[in-house]
Design a protein around this ligand. Structure first.
Ligand code: TNX
Length: 528
């Protein structure tokens, strides 16, 4: 065979092979989205995001622009594309990715719709938050390697069709305890990114406890210089300056996540009691504490200085917290007499309102005279307090420890975590419903779900990720998706197909044997 012919033949084979090997997602219905959207209709073709694809937004929509830039920045490392963002008066008639804020309120504050054709990906929402949630869906519709921070080979195709989606609950959050072990702002930002990927909208930061005080309060400086100086096990601890806290708040805001700061009181206050002698009944400062016992400390509920202290702390915190809530803890105040506890919570509730915020407390606050716009967080394994709270017309955040605590071990051999509320494996974490879990607590009593991560056993970001993944996507789905047809057997398949995504995101996840982990991430893909 002459050389030219042979070359042509090899070329032809290579081209054919390449063509066959280009998998194209064609069936939107088969994408493994978490949380599961309200409705999906597939139309059997796909959109190809190339280096020429632009993102279009309407003129004068600052928030759409920010979200468009976020999306362009997100896809840049893996694709190598520098995606242009164009503001135009007729965005919706353009070919490319279109982010549109429209007057259609039907999908609510965070809902969105996606209409994907071969030429256009049209994302519409009534609010910017909805656009941001929809961008997370686009993210999951792209190949898993889009999550990589290294250049990858495309194509970057998205199956065509339409999605309508909106959250079932308005409050979908996670809590990070930065007291028992301190985590710096880069770790907190990564945590925010991880929860944002699953459409959560609240990050509750547990900022003070017996072992440490983690937020600068300018009028009481020892709280951080002394109270922030250690942690469980005796390490060096740390704290956020108000400037750093504001940076966290802004980072969260850009992801449509509200920061809820918690100052735990009247118990869990040893770090404050150690920083200021006058807060103690005997005017003697306590020693800093680096163990993990709970329930031994209390502010003196009779002293006026206590309320001056709280007024200052909440005042400074409220001024740098745009969200409407301040969490005042209130859990496990075993060293406070019940009547003192009630008097204390009633007074603190007034201080919170004075600073134009609403109060959240752990459901132990059921004993107090709660205002109807306060919220209580149900955490105990028994619902006594939660039931008492709803009798006062106060709504509940669902965080039952035996199902929703991400610091519970997965099983008896789990190297991290505690087990006082039992083991919480990936199936149990997912396989329950917020509104049927406690008899007597129904949907109208519940604002949503929060999965707390207490920090006694976690020292580094890898530890956080190990306990959070893969449980967190399940909590996100419990809060977002409508319950009809929910089943662990169906969910575990979708979860198993997140493996590649977790890997490209560099998440140190626990490869639970209950989940059928798959190397192939997409069922929607067919060979062309
Ligand atoms: C109970 S849950 C606590 C925390 C601990 C946690 C450990 C709650 C409101 N209080 O102080 O860190 O258990 O799981």
């Amino acid at each position: 065979m002459n050389k030219q012919l042979k070359f042509a033949q090899t070329l032809l084979i290579a081209v054919l092979l390449l063509a066959c090997k280009t998998p194209t997602p064609m069936d939107l219905n088969k994408e493994n989205l978490i949380p599961k959207p309200t409705s999906v209709v597939a139309t059997g073709s796909s959109f190809d995001w190339t280096s020429k694809t632009k993102i279009f937004i309407s003129e004068n929509q600052e928030e759409s622009k920010q979200i468009a830039n976020y999306l362009a920045k997100f896809i840049a490392p893996a694709t190598g594309f520098t995606t242009q963002v164009d503001a135009t008066s007729k965005a919706d008639s353009k070919n490319g990715i279109v982010l549109l804020l429209s007057g259609n309120k039907i999908l609510g504050d965070e809902g969105y719709s996606l209409t994907i054709t071969e030429k256009q990906v049209l994302l519409e929402a009534h609010n910017a938050a909805g656009l941001f949630r929809g961008v997370q869906t686009i993210r999951q519709l792209l190949p898993a390697k889009i999550e990589s921070d290294q250049l990858q080979v495309g194509p970057w195709e998205i199956a065509s069709g339409s999605i309508e989606d909106a959250p079932n609950y308005e409050y979908r959050g996670a809590m990070l305890d930065v007291v028992r072990h301190f985590f710096g702002i880069d770790d907190v930002k990564r945590f925010i990114d991880l929860i944002a990927a699953y459409k959560m909208n609240v990050l509750h930061l547990h900022l003070s406890d017996d072992q440490g005080w983690r937020i600068e309060i300018k009028s009481w400086p020892n709280l951080t210089t002394h109270g922030g100086s250690t942690q469980v096990g005796g390490g060096k601890g740390g704290f956020y300056t108000q400037k750093e806290y504001q940076e966290i708040v802004r980072y969260a805001q850009e992801r449509y996540i509200t920061i809820i700061p918690e100052i735990d009181m009247p118990g869990h206050t040893n770090a404050a009691l150690s920083s200021y002698a006058e807060l103690n009944a005997d005017n003697k400062a306590t020693k800093m504490y680096t163990g993990t016992r709970v329930g031994f400390s209390t502010l003196d509920t009779d002293k006026e200085i206590t309320y001056k202290f709280i007024d200052d702390v909440i005042g400074e915190l409220a001024a740098i917290t745009p969200g409407e809530y301040i969490h005042i803890g209130g859990d496990e105040s075993h060293a406070t007499k019940k009547k003192d506890y009630i008097y204390f919570v009633n007074r603190v509730q007034k201080i919170v309102s004075k600073h134009n915020k609403k109060m959240i407390g752990w459901a132990d606050i059921a004993a107090a005279d709660l205002e109807e716009n306060s919220l209580a967080q149900f955490w105990q394994t028994r619902p006594k307090n939660a039931l008492a709270v709803i009798k006062k017309n106060v709504k509940i955040i669902m965080s039952p420890a035996n199902l929703a605590y991400m610091d519970m071990k997965y099983d008896s051999i789990c190297p991290l975590g505690l087990n006082w509320a039992g083991y919480v494996n990936v199936e149990n974490a997912y396989d329950w419903n917020l509104e049927t879990y406690v008899e007597g607590i129904s949907k109208e009593n519940i604002v949503g779900i929060e999965a707390p991560l207490w920090g006694e056993t976690i020292e580094k970001m890898d530890d956080i990720e190990y306990l959070v993944f893969p449980r967190l996507p399940g909590y996100a789905e419990l809060g977002w998706s409508k319950d009809v047809n929910k089943s662990w057997d169906e969910y575990k398949l979708r979860l198993g197909k997140q493996k590649q995504r977790f890997q490209y995101m560099n998440i140190n996840y626990f490869a639970s044997p209950l989940v059928p982990w798959q190397d192939q991430a997409r069922d929607s893909v067919v060979m062309k």
